[in-house]
Design a protein. Structure first.
Length: 267
């Protein structure tokens, strides 16, 4: 069943995206991805390293006949131009597509990695050339270190950014989000429940509230949900089709819960 999930323009890309996206790495079946896509989402994110490349192959099969209506994102962990080009060409074959909508430099978590990837003969050089050739449309960056990701976004090279954010991990509000706003960069959030750690408390709020929380921040365009369970994904899609934003009271409750969980659980 396709749910009417609200749409938004993904920053300076101009792409119109549903506010819930499919995150790769966890689902191993074509059917699982198709069920998620049939919920009405149009953004799907994977990476060359997910399941040693198998994730891209499965997604490539799942999107047959749907490619033109989807925004397809993948990533490379290569830091040099030759390696990045090799990864891109492999991804294109695995995903059975002629182009990638958003090609991301994956895990730029240290200064040295960032300098190598963005410097002479670095990955960015190859990605820009591929963009000129029409093999990719937009360039993104991802990472788990908010300060390093902030610095990468601050270069102005990137059209999108993917980072951790949830009610217990609010660091992006004062780092990544500020820089993204300055450059009109599309913000994609992962880990709304921190791999379900935020659901571990018996008194945890309903699952969908965590996704509403991240989408309630004005800097966030979409949230990607790792496809561990297609039925649960559809539950969140259904809930977001009814309401995306939290009330002020609900937001305060989630933040209080997140603060308590941050003190109790290792994130």
């Amino acid at each position: 069943m396709a749910y009417d999930i609200p749409q938004i323009v993904l920053g300076r890309t101009g792409l119109m995206v549903r506010r819930l996206g499919v995150g790769g790495a966890y689902c191993e079946s074509v059917e699982g991805y198709r069920i998620a896509l049939d919920c009405g989402v149009n953004y799907i994110d994977t990476a060359r390293i997910y399941r040693d490349g198998e994730d891209e192959k499965v997604i490539g099969q799942a999107i047959r006949g749907k490619r033109s209506s989807l925004i397809l994102a993948t990533k490379t962990t290569q830091r040099d131009a030759i390696g990045a080009r090799r990864d891109l060409e492999t991804s294109l074959r695995a995903l059975e597509t002629e182009y990638i909508d958003i090609y991301q430099l994956h895990h730029l978590n240290t200064q040295s990695e960032r300098e190598q990837a963005l410097g002479p003969w670095g990955a960015l050089e190859a990605v820009k050339k591929a963009q000129e050739e029409g093999l990719i449309r937009f360039i993104g960056v991802t990472g788990h270190d908010w300060i390093q990701v902030q610095k990468a976004v601050g270069t102005g090279f990137f059209d999108t950014v993917l980072c951790w954010y949830n009610c217990a991990m609010r660091e992006p509000e004062n780092t990544v989000f500020i820089e993204a706003h300055s450059h009109n960069v599309g913000v994609v959030v992962m880990n709304a429940t921190r791999n379900d750690k935020l659901l571990s408390d018996p008194g945890a709020p309903p699952l969908e509230q965590f996704y509403r929380y991240v989408l309630s921040h004005e800097a966030v365009h979409i949230t990607a949900m790792g496809l561990r369970d297609a039925e649960r994904f559809c539950r969140v899609a259904s809930a977001l089709s009814e309401r995306v934003m939290l009330t002020a009271e609900e937001k305060a409750e989630l933040e209080a819960y997140g603060l308590r969980m941050r003190a109790m659980v290792s994130f």
